[in-house]
Design a protein around this ligand. Structure first.
Ligand SMILES: Nc1ncnc2c1ncn2[C@@H]1O[C@H](COP(=O)(O)OP(=O)(O)OP(=O)(O)O)[C@@H](O)[C@H]1O
Length: 233
C-alpha cells in the first residue's frame, strides 16, 4: 500500500533522512521505533507532504506521492495524527471532529461521527466541551478520531503515547489495534518501542536518519540488540 524508497530529506543544509526504505502492506500495523531525534517525525512529515523530500520516492496505492501537495494527500486516503496532537483547543470536541471531515459534505459524516463516538465513548460525553479541557489521553483520542473522520485507508500516527501515564498508553495502543480492525492500515512512529512492537505486525528501527533493523514485531522484541537498546531488558 505504501512504499518508501531511498527517501532523503533535509532542514536547510543538514540532511536528517539519509535514504529510508520501508514498506507498509494493506491491513498492517507497521511501527518505526527509535530514539528522540532519530528522524521519525520528519519521515511522517515527508509522507504527509509538509516536509520537502530531496530525493527518493513514495508510492501510495500505486501512485507517486511526492508531487502530490499535502492538502490533496488526505483525499488520496492518507491521514496524519500529528506529533503533539495539534487539536484546536478553543473549539469543541465535535467541531474538531467535523474539521477532520472537511472534505465531505454528505450524510456519511453523521454516521462517521457516531462511529467515532462508539469507538471513543469519552469523546461523546465531552462532545460540546472545549477540546482544551480534555486530559492528554483524551486529546490523543480526539487527534486519532479526527484523523479517522477523513476516511483514510492509511493512518500516520506520530507518538500517540507521548507524555501519557502508562495506564493511558495501554488504552491508546488498544485503540490502535481497534483502528486496524476497522480496516485502516497504520504506520505508527514511537519512542515507546515495546508498546508499539507489541501491537505491530512488523517494525523498523530508525537511528540518526537510517533504518538499521527491520523485521517481524515478535522477532524484533526477541532480538538482544533491541532488548538492550530500546526495551531496557
Ligand atoms: N524544523 C527543524 N529544523 C532543523 N532541524 C530539525 C527540525 N526539526 C527536526 N530537526 C532535526 O532533525 C532531526 C530529526 O528530528 P525528528 O523530529 O524527525 O526526530 P524524531 O525521531 O521524530 O524525534 P522526536 O521523537 O523528538 O520527535 C533531529 O536532529 C532534529 O534536531
Amino acid at each position: 500500500m505504501l512504499t518508501v524508497e531511498g527517501l532523503r530529506s533535509r532542514y536547510g543544509r543538514i540532511e536528517v533522512l539519509h535514504g529510508i526504505d520501508l514498506e507498509v502492506q494493506s491491513g498492517e500495523i507497521v511501527t518505526v521505533v527509535g530514539a528522540n531525534g532519530a528522524g521519525k517525525t520528519t519521515l511522517l512529515r515527508c509522507l504527509s507532504g509538509v516536509q520537502p523530500v530531496s530525493s527518493g520516492t513514495i508510492t501510495f496505492r500505486g501512485e507517486a506521492l511526492v508531487p502530490v501537495p499535502a492538502y490533496r494527500r488526505l483525499a488520496r486516503g492518507l491521514a496524519q495524527s500529528p506529533e503533539g496532537r495539534q487539536i484546536f483547543t478553543n473549539l469543541t470536541v465535535e467541531e474538531n471532529l467535523r474539521l477532520g471531515a472537511f472534505l465531505f459534505a454528505d450524510d456519511r459524516v453523521e454516521k462517521d461521527m457516531d462511529d467515532a463516538f462508539r469507538m471513543f465513548p469519552v469523546l461523546k460525553e465531552k462532545r460540546n466541551l472545549a477540546a482544551g479541557g480534555l486530559s492528554g489521553g483524551q486529546q490523543q483520542m480526539l487527534a486519532m478520531a479526527r484523523a479517522l473522520m477523513g476516511r483514510p485507508s492509511c493512518l500516520l500516527l506520530d507518538e500517540p503515547s507521548m507524555g501519557l501515564a502508562p495506564i493511558i498508553v495501554a488504552q491508546i495502543f488498544e485503540v490502535v489495534k481497534g483502528i486496524r480492525d476497522l480496516g485502516v492500515t497504520t504506520l505508527l512512529v514511537e519512542q515507546n518501542a515495546f508498546g508499539a512492537l507489541k501491537i505491530a505486525d512488523r517494525g523498523y528501527v530508525m537511528e540518526t536518519g537510517h533504518i538499521t533493523m527491520s523485521g517481524g514485531a515478535e522477532e524484533l522484541i526477541a532480538d538482544p540488540r533491541i532488548r538492550e537498546a530500546y526495551l531496557g531488558i
